[in-house]
Design a protein around this ligand. Structure first.
Ligand code: NAD
Length: 510
C-alpha cells in the first residue's frame, strides 16, 4: 500500500450539537411521529456521535402523505394560483435557505460526511436553483394554432402532472431535492418527498422553511423512512401520477417495474462510470487537476464522478505521475475543518464495498499506484478512504465498467480517437463525459460521438441552473434543471375550438 505522504486533516475537536436533531414527518401541514412510534438514528460518519433521530415511516404514513398531496392537488389550492404567486413563494423559500445556510450545512456535514466548505457551497447553489425555478413558474405556456382554417382554433395547454413522489439519495441530500421540488412546485404539482434514511434531516429543515414561507398545507409532504415499505409505496400507489428518483441504477429499474402497473411518468437520475479522455496535445497540468477533482470530489460518492480516465499511451505515465502527486496534496480529513476538501465515507458497509472493488481490480492484474486501503485520520472514529489511483486497467476488468462510488480512479490507455470513443462508450452508463485537447475539432468530434447526457470540453463538473442534467442508457431518463427541468412536471393538453356553427353533421340523413 502506498498511502504515505497524503495530506491529512486531524480532528478539529469541535463539539457536535448537544442534542440530536429530531426529524418528523410532514403530513398535511402537520409535523408528526410514526403511528407505531418507530424511529431510526444517524451517527456522524466522520465522528461517530449521534446526529439525528428520525421517525421511521411505514405504510400508514406513506398513505396519509399521498392522500394529503392528492387532496391538495385536486382542490387546486396550489395549481390554481397564478405563476406569479407561485414564483413569489419560491423566492421566499430561496431567501430562507440563504438565511438558514449555516444550520443546514452543519447537519448536512454531520449526516453525510462531506466537508463544510462544500456543504456551504451546495446550500448556496440550492438557493440559486429555487430562484431559477421561481422565474420559470411564470413561463408555463403552451402553443396556439391559428392556421387550422377560419372555423378552428387549436390550443396546446401545459398542465401540472399532478401528485409527484420525490425520492432522493444520501450523497447530495439538499441539492438533489432542490433539483426536483422547486420545478415540480413551479409547474403546479404537489409532492411527497422521501429523503434517504441516511440523511433525512436537511429535507426536514426544508419542510420547515416551506411552511414558514406560507406554502399551503398538503402541497409538500415529507415521509421519512426506508425503501421498504415507504419508497415502494410511493412509486406504486395509484394516487401518485409521477415519480422522480435519484439513486442507484438497480433501484431505478425496480421503480420502473413498480410504476408500470399504473403507468406513471418516471424520471430517473442514476449512476455513472464517467470517462475523461486525454489527448496528447491537452493542457496536461489542467487535465490532471480536473482528474483529481473529478474522482476525489465528495469522496467519489458522486454520480458525476470522473472515475475512469482514458489517456493517450504517449502521455499516460506523465498524467498518472501528475495525478498521484496532486492527489497527495488534497486535504482528506475532518469535514468540520474549513480546509478539508474530502471528508468521510457514508457508512462502513459502503467503505467495504469500495475496498472490494479495489481488491478485485488488483486480483484482475491492475496496479494500485496510490491509496487502496482504509485511511486512519487522527482523532476521528469514522470511515475514510484515500485517493486511489489504479493503472494498467483493461476494458474487460470490472473496475473499467462498474460504479465504485469512492475516490478510486481507473486508468485506461488508447492510441486512436476511434479507440478512445469506443472505450468511452463501452460502459452501460451514459451520464457524463469529458475531453481534453487543444484542438477544437477533436473536442467537437468527441462531444458528438460520445453517448452521455453532459459533455465537458477542457473542464469537469461545472454546473448551472440553466443547463439540463441527466443521463442516457442506464444512467437514467428525463432531465433536471434548465427549462427541461420544468417540462418534466408538465403534461400537454390539446384543446380544439370550433369558431361558429360550421361543423358538418356526421350522421347521414337517408
Ligand atoms: P439507493 O438507490 O440505494 O437509494 C436512493 C433512495 O431510494 C433512498 O431514498 C432509498 O431509501 C430509496 N429506495 C431504496 N429502495 C427503494 C425502492 N424499492 N423503492 C423506492 N425507493 C427506494 O441509492 P443511494 O445509495 O442512496 O445513492 C447512491 C446512488 O445514487 C449511486 O448509484 C449514484 O450514482 C446515484 N446518484 C445519481 C445521481 C444522478 O443525478 N444521476 C445523483 C446522486 C446519486
Amino acid at each position: 500500500m502506498t498511502q504515505e505522504n497524503l495530506t491529512l486533516i486531524a480532528a478539529t475537536g469541535a463539539a457536535l450539537p448537544a442534542r440530536p436533531f429530531e426529524a418528523r414527518h410532514l403530513i398535511d401541514g402537520l409535523w408528526q411521529g410514526s403511528t407505531d412510534g418507530a424511529v431510526f438514528e444517524r451517527h456522524s460518519p466522520a465522528h461517530g456521535g449521534l446526529v439525528s433521530r428520525a421517525a421511521r415511516g411505514g405504510a400508514a404514513e406513506a398513505e396519509a402523505a399521498i392522500g394529503a398531496a392528492r387532496r391538495a392537488f385536486d382542490d387546486g389550492r396550489w395549481s390554481g394560483l397564478s405563476g406569479k404567486d407561485r414564483a413569489r413563494l419560491l423566492l421566499r423559500v430561496a431567501d430562507l435557505i440563504d438565511a438558514n445556510r449555516d444550520r443546514i450545512a452543519l447537519l448536512e456535514v454531520l449526516e453525510s460526511g462531506k466537508p463544510i466548505s462544500q456543504a456551504n457551497a451546495e446550500i448556496e447553489g440550492a438557493a440559486d436553483i429555487w430562484r431559477y425555478a421561481a422565474a420559470l413558474a411564470r413561463t408555463v405556456q403552451g402553443d396556439s394554432h391559428n392556421s387550422l382554417g377560419s372555423d378552428m382554433l387549436g390550443l396546446v395547454l401545459k398542465e401540472p402532472v399532478g401528485v409527484v413522489s420525490i425520492i432522493t439519495p444520501w450523497n447530495f441530500p439538499f441539492l438533489i431535492v432542490s433539483q426536483k421540488l422547486p420545478f415540480a412546485l413551479a409547474a403546479g404539482c404537489t409532492a411527497v418527498v422521501k429523503p434517504s434514511e441516511l440523511t433525512p434531516s436537511t429535507t426536514v429543515i426544508l419542510g420547515e422553511l416551506l411552511l414558514e414561507a406560507g406554502l399551503p398545507a398538503g402541497v409538500v409532504n415529507i415521509v421519512l423512512g426506508h425503501g421498504q415499505p415507504v419508497g415502494a409505496l410511493l412509486v406504486s400507489h395509484a394516487d401518485v401520477d409521477m415519480v422522480t428518483f435519484t439513486g442507484s441504477t438497480g433501484v431505478g429499474k425496480a421503480i420502473v417495474a413498480a410504476a408500470s402497473a399504473t403507468l406513471k411518468k418516471v424520471s430517473l437520475e442514476l449512476g455513472g462510470k464517467n470517462p475523461q479522455v486525454v489527448f496528447p496535445d491537452a493542457d496536461l497540468e489542467s487535465a490532471a487537476d480536473a482528474i483529481v477533482f473529478g474522482v476525489c470530489f465528495n469522496a467519489g460518492e458522486c454520480c458525476n464522478s470522473g472515475s475512469r480516465i482514458i489517456v493517450h499511451a504517449d502521455v499516460a505515465e506523465a498524467v498518472v505521475a501528475r495525478v498521484v502527486a496532486l492527489s497527495r496534496r488534497v486535504p482528506f480529513g475532518d469535514p468540520l475543518h474549513p480546509d478539508t476538501q474530502v471528508g468521510a465515507i457514508i457508512s462502513p458497509a459502503h467503505q467495504a464495498k469500495i475496498d472490494g472493488h479495489v481488491r478485485a481490480a488488483q486480483a484482475a492484474g491492475a496496479q494500485v499506484r496510490l491509496g487502496g486501503d482504509a485511511l486512519c485520520i487522527p482523532g476521528l472514529s469514522g470511515q475514510f478512504y484515500p485517493p486511489t489511483v489504479i493503472s494498467g486497467v483493461t476494458p474487460d476488468m470490472a473496475i473499467a465498467r462498474e460504479e465504485v462510488f469512492g475516490p478510486v480512479l481507473a486508468v485506461l490507455t488508447f492510441r486512436t480517437a476511434d479507440e478512445a470513443i469506443a472505450l468511452a462508450n463501452a460502459a452501460a452508463y451514459g451520464l457524463s463525459a469529458g475531453v481534453w485537447s487543444e484542438n477544437i475539432h477533436t473536442c467537437l468530434d468527441f462531444a458528438r460521438r460520445v453517448r452521455a447526457g453532459t459533455v465537458w470540453t477542457n473542464s469537469w463538473m461545472d454546473g448551472f441552473a440553466e443547463l439540463p442534467f441527466g443521463g442516457v442508457k442506464e444512467s437514467g431518463t428525463g432531465r433536471e434543471l434548465g427549462r427541461y427541468g420544468l417540462e418534466e412536471f408538465l403534461e400537454v393538453k390539446t384543446v380544439q375550438m370550433r369558431v361558429g356553427r360550421t361543423r358538418t353533421p356526421w350522421v347521414k340523413t337517408l
